[in-house]
Design a protein around this ligand. Structure first.
Ligand code: ADP
Ligand code: MG
Length: 344
């Protein structure tokens, strides 16, 4: 039996959680959801993938809980249950030595919320808990030269948050986290369809539309999708056809907020680092960056060449995992806090 404490990196996302085990890579990737009995919250029915299958079919007896909202723990007990499940799944229950755990958090997460993450992970079975800021992990995961005296910029669009940051010399130089991500895009679709078609659709349908025909920059080819919803006028099912151009209209508000965050970060970045970024480009990560045309939109609005990382969804988990090697050097429990110029 191994006597060395296992080292694991956890990307605790609002939508999905991934666990990286040092020496093995990403071993678990499942939705951040717990399903419990509605009359007894201690009776946990399913976590992760199994919970997602139950979602929408929960009826009156079961409730689905998302323990995180906008990157912050909103249901502490459920977060602990979820973390215990993920840690056990990653390293097995037989491990006698508790693991060293590094968890990624949004870069402007307040101290109390950081404490909640540390406590939940400790109760879930971690020996020691360290935190890493998401955009820093994303930058490492996407292979940017984070320890060099060069400015690199990353924009991570997750389910509940978007983190934009400039990284240099092993730390965040300027960072901004906003509570807008893929889920706000889904909500924007639901509201748009209600307003323009007088039809009510669910958030899962909205997410499918976002992934199939969603775009944030004029598409080369118009795409359409037929969806079924409930007509608000008759109360009956109704079939409608939605186009990718209509999706662009639907996304306007959340997309503008993301672009504003990107601009604010660039505005506050020292000129030398802006020069580096304009030569080396901006890298986008996170599931939300996969919406068609995001790289083109950021390129058009900033004048800086922007690409979506190849492993966009895994970047934060991979960066968290790769950082495990320097965990021993961390003193205050959080990496990269000192050099940041925060935007509020
Ligand atoms: P988090 O780290 O916050 O859990 P992720 O980075 O896993 O989030 O991204 C989740 C978000 O990405 C969800 O809102 C999901 O709908 C969206 N997403 C995943 N794949 C795609 C895709 N191919 N196109 C557009 N959005 C996507
Ligand atoms: Mg993520």
């Amino acid at each position: 039996m191994a006597l060395i404490a296992p080292e694991i990196g956890i990307d605790l996302g609002t939508s999905n959680t991934m666990v990286y085990v040092r020496g093995r890579g990403i071993v678990v990737s499942e939705p951040t959801i717990v399903v419990i009995d509605s009359d007894n919250k201690h009776n946990v029915r399913a976590v992760g993938d199994e919970a997602e299958i139950l979602l929408g079919r929960t009826g009156d007896k079961l409730v689905a809980v998302r323990p995180l909202k906008a990157g912050s723990i909103v249901n502490f007990d459920m977060a602990e249950i979820l973390l215990r499940y993920f840690i056990r799944k990653a390293i097995g229950v037989s491990h006698v030595i508790k693991p060293k755990v590094l968890v990624s958090v949004p870069c402007t997460l307040p101290m109390v919320a950081r404490k909640a993450v540390t406590e939940a992970a400790t109760l879930a079975g971690a020996k020691t808990v360290y935190l890493i800021e998401k955009p820093f992990a994303a930058a490492i995961g996407s292979g940017l030269p984070v320890y060099e005296p060069i400015g690199s910029m990353v924009v991570d669009i997750g389910g509940g948050t978007t983190d934009a940051a400039v990284v240099s010399l092993g730390g965040l130089v300027v960072a901004q986290s906003i509570q807008v991500g893929g889920m706000k895009m889904d909500e924007a679709i639901v509201n748009y369809i209600k307003k323009e078609f007088q039809v009510m659709i669910g958030e899962r349908t909205a997410e499918e539309m976002k992934i199939s025909i969603g775009c944030v920059f004029p598409p080369e080819e118009e795409m359409t999708m037929e969806i079924k919803g409930r007509c608000l006028l008759t109360g009956l099912p109704k079939l409608i056809t939605v186009t990718s151009t209509e999706m662009m209209d639907a996304f306007e508000e959340p997309v503008e907020r993301i672009m504003e965050a990107v601009h604010q970060v660039l505005e506050r970045t020292p000129p030398e680092l802006v020069a580096d970024i304009s030569s080396n480009g901006i890298v986008m990560t996170g599931g939300g960056s996969l919406i068609r045309g995001f790289d083109k939109l950021v390129t058009a609005r900033t004048g800086i060449h922007t690409v979506v990382a190849e492993n966009a969804i895994q970047c934060v988990a991979e960066g968290t995992g790769k950082s495990l090697e320097s965990v021993g050097e961390m003193k205050d429990g959080t990496m990269n806090l000192s050099r940041r110029k925060q935007i509020n």
